[in-house]
Design a protein around this ligand. Structure first.
Ligand SMILES: [Zn+2]
Length: 280
């Protein structure tokens, strides 16, 4: 694993300063306590407070597409990435107005087999069904200057599927969304963050420009563009720690305090919680 990480880093991504890429899920009133994956539902006021504060401090939130020049080291500045996983309709209603108000862009990672559907992959763990954006909603999202990325066809754990299925899920979701919307899909996100080196190769071969995982850190020079780290934002994240996670190396320190698994670069995978506890 560690050798794999070393080998796949280094070729293309050259951000000259660390860049945080945030992972959000839902922006809505959280369900009652004890509901599975509740921690991934952010009240709209908290989402707005986080982004408005960063804006006041001079930071610019960007989609993965708009972040590319910074990841390549062609541009520098106080920027961070905004990604919203799974394509929840509540993000169109609650997150989009805030993004527009601030002049930020963001990437919604869409499960191409569930456009207009629900988070069916969460149902086995008892999570409530939540509507996802349909085609018209996705067009509204695009018309506002936001980006659509791919999140497989069926929200599969790539590490639990065979190579043929994994390749179909990765390349097929890009093809489906491009055909459906008449756009180029440049950004990919691994469901549950789960992937191996061969999946990163499949993503590269499918023609994506970037892919994001869940290693909780800011991205730095030398990171593989097909395995970019992301910082998950949760319901109980307080504003000071949120700001520190985006603008400093606080997240690396924070991860070291957890009983988690070290990687070759000295920061830590979110192990032990299970995929549904931390991120999708
Ligand atoms: Zn997901």
């Amino acid at each position: 694993m560690q050798n794999e990480v070393r080998q796949t880093r280094g070729a293309t991504a050259r951000p000259s300063c660390p860049v945080a890429v945030l992972s959000y899920h839902q922006t809505a009133t959280p369900p009652r306590r004890g509901t599975p994956v509740r921690s991934l539902v952010l009240p709209p006021w908290r989402f707005a407070l986080q982004l408005r504060t960063l804006k006041l401090l001079g930071w610019q939130g960007l989609s993965m597409r708009d972040l590319e020049p910074y990841l390549h080291g062609e541009k520098t500045g106080k920027v961070f990435g905004i990604t919203l996983d799974d394509g929840y309709l509540n993000n169109l209603e609650n997150a989009l107005p805030v993004l527009r108000e601030l002049g930020f862009t963001a990437t919604a990672f869409i499960v191409s087999g569930q456009v207009g559907g629900t988070n069916a992959w969460d149902h086995p763990v008892g999570a409530p069904a939540v509507p996802l954006m349909d085609v018209d909603d996705l067009r509204t999202w695009l018309d506002a200057g936001m980006e659509i990325g791919a999140h497989t066809r069926n929200h599969v754990n790539l590490c639990a599927t065979d190579e043929v299925v994994a390749r179909e899920e990765i390349a097929g979701s890009k093809h489906d969304l491009e055909q459906l919307l008449g756009i180029e899909v440049r950004s990919f996100c691994y469901p549950y963050g789960e992937h191996r080196a061969e999946h990163a190769d499949m993503v590269r071969q499918a023609g994506y420009a970037t892919a994001t995982a869940i290693v909780s850190s800011r991205t730095r020079a030398g990171d593989d563009l097909m395995r970019l780290p992301r910082i998950s934002v949760h319901l109980y994240d307080k504003l000071p720690s949120f700001l520190a996670r985006v603008t400093t190396d606080y997240e690396d320190w924070r991860m070291r305090q957890w009983n988690t698994q070290p990687t070759s670069r000295g920061y830590y995978l979110l192990g032990g919680e299970g995929p549904h506890a931390s991120a999708h």
